[in-house]
Ligand binder design. Structure first.
Ligand SMILES: NC(=O)c1ccc[n+]([C@@H]2O[C@H](COP(=O)([O-])OP(=O)(O)OC[C@H]3O[C@@H](n4cnc5c(N)ncnc54)[C@H](O)[C@@H]3O)[C@@H](O)[C@H]2O)c1
Length: 339
């Protein structure tokens, strides 16, 4: 996750846990821009109104018909159709990379049309792999819009233009977030305000913009906001007071949104991940090797998670599979915060 690292206090523990400063090398950027227009990505089958879940592939359909072997093609007319996201338009903030991008790919696999919103001028290299796969293999589309969630007028404009062009808006995963590791006694007001502006107000304004569109189209919708186990506990050996408070706020916002928007058919939930092993967490382990040893021992499964372990949660919460679930937190932390 992206970090904002400050240098104000000599004893501050500063990490690159969530660094967002990297920009792609220019030659790579140029090559990618020649082959991809991020505002007009390669198109697969356009979403068709009220499209039913797809049929099972031929071989599997045969097996399903005569029960000769167990089928596994989930999300079809035969298997768990409530997980199917065909015909749904979903926004994912923070999806230029990391957890947001992995969850966006899961939504695409379930059939959704997905718009990634992120402040990065150019998404990560992996974004282009997913975008290509969406068009060529999954029969759907992944789009990119550069927007900083702190730019509220810009955010509103982007959300409205997507909603206008698609004639609907069905889902949001709010994954954009920053992290900063600094002891409470050394935290500056400026840094704390930045943390809350992105992680709390940014999530708030994104959900508000999306909910307004959902209400306009009268189709209901589902919003999943990425909180953290750190919204419920203070992490041992990871000193992030403002970040942890911001994630507690995300959970409380979700309960309030759910209570205000339930009668519009809008559900609002949070996902609270435990530690996710990303490239940046790996880099952190090089800086603090004891964390690599200690962190896995702090949960009941004895290991850290990977972003792919949150794919199912994203599809579940956005789809009708969770149609009676709102104002809830889906904690996926290997039991960390139950110990
Ligand atoms: N990595 C973990 O261990 C962990 C654990 C629990 C929760 N989380 C949460 O998961 C979410 C994703 O984290 P990640 O690990 O994938 O981090 P990441 O840094 O890889 O991804 C975060 C994305 O958010 C974007 N972003 C940051 N500020 C933004 C802004 N102002 N406007 C628009 N986009 C912005 C970044 O550019 C980046 O693409 C975050 O909300 C994070 O707090 C992460």
């Amino acid at each position: 996750m992206a970090s904002i690292l400050r240098t104000s206090a000599p004893r501050a523990i500063r990490t690159t846990l969530l660094s967002s400063r990297r920009t792609p090398a220019l030659p790579i950027l140029q090559t990618r821009l020649q082959s991809h227009d991020t505002r007009n990505p390669p198109r697969g089958n356009p979403p068709i109104a009220n499209r039913p879940p797809p049929d099972a592939p031929r071989e599997e359909a045969g097996a399903l018909r005569n029960n000769s072997k167990s089928g596994s093609y989930l999300g079809t007319t035969k298997r768990l159709p409530e997980f199917n996201l065909n015909d749904k338009v979903v926004l994912v903030t923070g999806a230029a990379r990391g957890l947001g991008l992995v969850q966006a790919e899961a939504l695409l696999e379930a059939g959704a049309t997905v718009y990634a919103l992120d402040r990065m001028p150019e998404p990560s290299a992996d974004f282009y792999r997913v975008q290509k796969r969406a068009a060529e293999e999954l029969g759907t589309t992944l789009h990119y819009r550069q927007i900083d969630v702190r730019d509220v007028p810009g955010l509103n404009e982007v959300v409205k233009s997507i909603s206008d062009s698609q004639g609907k808006l069905d889902g949001l995963i709010a994954a954009a977030g920053i992290q900063q590791e600094t002891p409470a006694l050394e935290y500056t007001a400026k840094d704390a305000n930045l943390m809350f502006e992105v992680n709390v107000t940014g999530v708030f304004m994104t959900a508000q913009a999306v909910a307004k569109e959902m209400i306009r189209w009268k189709r209901g919708g589902s919003i999943a906001m990425i909180a953290s186990m750190s919204g419920a506990v203070a992490n041992k050996g990871l000193i992030c007071p403002a970040y942890n408070a911001s994630k507690a706020a995300v959970m409380q916002l979700a309960r309030n949104f759910a209570s205000e928007w339930g009668h519009y058919g809008i559900r609002v939930n949070t996902i609270s991940p435990g530690y996710i092993k990303t490239a940046m967490v790996e880099a952190l382990f090089e800086q603090y090797p004891e964390r690599k040893r200690d962190w896995p021992t702090q949960n009941m499964l004895g290991k850290l998670s990977v972003p792919q372990q949150y794919r199912g949660a994203a599809v579940f919460l956005i789809s009708d599979a969770s149609s009676f679930m709102t104002a809830a937190d889906l904690r996926i932390d290997g039991g960390h915060s139950a110990w």
